[in-house]
Write a protein that binds this ligand. Structure first.
Ligand code: SF4
Length: 351
């Protein structure tokens, strides 16, 4: 019988486990502190835990953080980490340093079932959801690779998969990451959950009181174009999506991020930009324009620079903070929409 992984359990669950094994709740809190605060994953090294408790733990559970199988550095300073999971599936995370800020982009599923037309991950189809332990494990593993005393400063759930389609594991991982005393101790303001626009998930997330940032993969300003690019728009159209965005609770200086991949002759005109301004009326928004990252077999092209800048200037002119995100890690297949890892056991379903 496979033993449960302690990484991915909430501090309160570790306390319950300690009691089940005949120890006090305090021992569970110590265990959480070793794993989540001190990044120690060897039970033998948890020296203030009684020997018999450590033995009982070792018999029933493991402490497992994934080792990267490969680390691919990019010319722009970002690093793609490829992890092999139990069962042989591969996922990736991307570390993106930018001065003092280090953003870590993590995956929530193996593959993705949403089939956005411009996304290489979507070509894979969905293999399975990640567990909370596999999600938190990516962050703990990536932080271990950084130099002493440093860790990722910002976490974005924008890697492989649709985070809100793996809702329970996502929320559990966020709770572990943001627990200020016994968890990893990230401020929720430094965590961003990105979604294709699953309206019930956005509403549910808003009710959790997690206070994380919300990012919407928007990518189009009409239902016709968005449905063509993102089949999910058939279930939740732009009106439903924008209504959910307006319901999402924000703190006074918090904004909703909108990701907009720019595709030549598809969604890159000045009229599109003007429609986007109208769509975002009444929303505290920040827009990230992402010039398309080419991949072999893609049906789209990146627009010329002048068009990207003209689009941006319409938004800026309307008072909407808008950045052009020249995606990092393009040369190592780590840029937005480029994450695809062949499974170690199964063949990739499509593409
Ligand atoms: S863009 Fe996101 S939701 Fe769409 S297919 Fe790619 S990973 Fe899935």
């Amino acid at each position: 019988m496979s033993r449960a992984n302690l990484v991915g359990l909430l501090p309160s669950e570790l306390e319950d486990l300690a009691v089940e094994l005949g120890a006090s709740r305090y021992r569970g809190r110590q265990l959480a502190t070793w794993m989540y605060r001190k990044s120690v994953f060897d039970l033998e090294a948890m020296t203030d835990l009684p020997r018999d408790f450590r033995q009982a733990l070792a018999e029933s559970a493991v402490v497992e953080v994934p080792e990267p199988e490969r680390e691919m550095p990019s010319a722009d300073g970002s690093r793609k980490l490829v992890f092999v999971l139990n069962g042989g599936s591969r996922i990736s995370s991307v570390l993106m340093p930018d001065d003092e800020r280090i953003t870590l982009c993590v995956s929530t599923q193996v593959g993705c079932g949403f089939a956005c037309g411009f996304c290489l991950t979507g070509v894979m189809g969905l293999e399975r959801n990640l567990t909370a332990g596999e999600i938190v494990g990516q962050i703990l593993a990536a932080n271990r690779l950084l130099e002493e005393g440093r860790r990722a400063t910002h976490i974005v759930f924008m890697g492989m998969g649709e985070p809100l389609a793996n809702y329970a594991a996502l929320v559990k991982a966020v709770r572990i990451l943001t627990d200020p005393k016994l968890g990893v101790g990230y401020s929720p303001r430094r965590i961003t959950v990105s979604t294709v626009g699953l309206v019930p998930g956005i509403d549910k997330l808003g009710r959790e009181d997690l206070k994380v940032n919300l990012a919407i993969s928007l990518h189009a300003t009409t239902d016709e174009v968005r449905t063509r690019l993102m089949p999910v728009n058939r279930s939740f159209d732009l009106a439903a999506l924008m209504a959910a965005v307006k319901r999402y609770p924000l703190a006074s200086r918090q904004r909703v991020f909108f990701e907009y991949v720019m595709l030549e002759d598809v969604n890159d005109t000045v009229e599109d930009a003007q429609r986007l301004v109208r769509l975002l009326r009444g929303v505290k928004a920040k827009v990230n324009l992402i010039p398309f990252n080419d991949w072999e077999g893609a049906r789209f092209r990146r627009p010329p620079l002048a068009r990207i800048l003209a689009f941006q200037s319409v938004l800026l002119g309307a008072g909407i903070t808008t950045t052009v995100r020249w995606s990092k890690g393009e040369d190592i297949g780590a840029a937005c929409g480029q994450l695809r890892e062949p499974s170690a056991v199964a063949t990739v379903r499509a593409g």
